[in-house]
Design a protein around this ligand. Structure first.
Ligand SMILES: NC(=O)c1ccc[n+]([C@@H]2O[C@H](COP(=O)([O-])OP(=O)(O)OC[C@H]3O[C@@H](n4cnc5c(N)ncnc54)[C@H](OP(=O)(O)O)[C@@H]3O)[C@@H](O)[C@H]2O)c1
Length: 223
């Protein structure tokens, strides 16, 4: 669907990192872009808050969901289950709550684009929670694409991307992590938020794309 002055786009997670880059890119087009997150007053761990938010802001044409980058590490045996459930409440159940709202608040021709991550399909011990959340979302997006058709539903799967998700790290350790990952990746670089944002624009613009997983991971899955 082409963009015009009435086009409404919502980026849940649009205040930081990848979501902010998507929102900034869509803001260059005609229409209105709304960024929603905890700091703008929407807690996506609260399903009723999601419904209320969309009742107030709908109808909309494009919804992008990038919220919730944090999850506890640890093996399946050792993981902090309460922290894991809290991470699921934000990224997995938050995405499902937004998909439920999308079903009734997206206009014909609309799109929903979710976010997973390369750990969905890469077996790295100690990353169980991220793997489980992202794999669950990738499976669900294919069901959603059928159930919500002709609305289009896709998912972008980033690899390591240089965002505020790592702002709690010591600067030097963060720099070393980014450089050592870049050196190992086939693409020879770690993605910037704008690289990953391009995947969401592709999903929104390509009228034949639905049920797709778009990998933008520097080659992490073929490593
Ligand atoms: N960066 C990477 O290396 C990487 C790799 C693979 C996958 N991904 C995935 O890509 C997505 C975006 O990651 P990112 O690096 O851009 O993350 P980020 O910079 O940390 O941004 C996360 C966003 O989520 C929002 N958020 C967190 N909790 C929320 C809540 N309860 N309610 C509403 N909003 C909430 C934050 O806003 P507030 O603080 O205002 O709530 C922020 O806008 C995530 O799904 C992440 O798992 C990232």
């Amino acid at each position: 669907m082409s963009f015009n002055d009435n086009t409404q786009s919502v980026i849940v997670g649009g205040t930081s990192g990848i979501g902010r880059a998507v929102a900034d890119a869509l803001a260059q087009r005609p229409g209105t872009v709304t960024r929603a997150s905890g700091s703008t007053g929407l807690d996506i761990a609260d399903p009723q808050a999601i419904q209320a938010w969309f009742e107030q802001h709908g109808p909309v044409d494009h919804i992008v969901f990038t919220a919730g980058s944090q999850a506890p590490g640890g093996s399946v045996e050792e993981v902090d289950v309460e922290a894991a459930k809290a991470a699921f409440d934000i990224k997995f159940w938050g995405a499902i709550g937004v998909a439920q709202a999308a079903a009734s608040h997206l206009r014909p021709g609309g799109t929903l684009t979710l976010t997973s991550g390369f750990l969905a399909r890469r077996t790295v011990p100690g990353t169980f929670v991220k793997t489980a959340i992202n794999a669950a979302l990738e499976a669900t997006v294919k069901l959603l694409a059928k159930e919500l058709a002709p609305l289009r539903v896709n998912i972008v799967s980033p690899g390591l991307t240089d965002t505020e998700a790592y702002s709690a790290m010591d600067d030097e350790k963060r720099r070393q992590m980014l450089e050592s990952t870049a050196a190992k990746l086939p693409a020879g670089r770690v993605a910037q938020p704008e690289d990953v944002a391009a995947g969401y624009l592709f999903a929104i613009d390509n009228l034949s794309m639905t049920g797709a997983i778009i990998d933008i991971d520097g080659g992490a899955l073929i490593n």
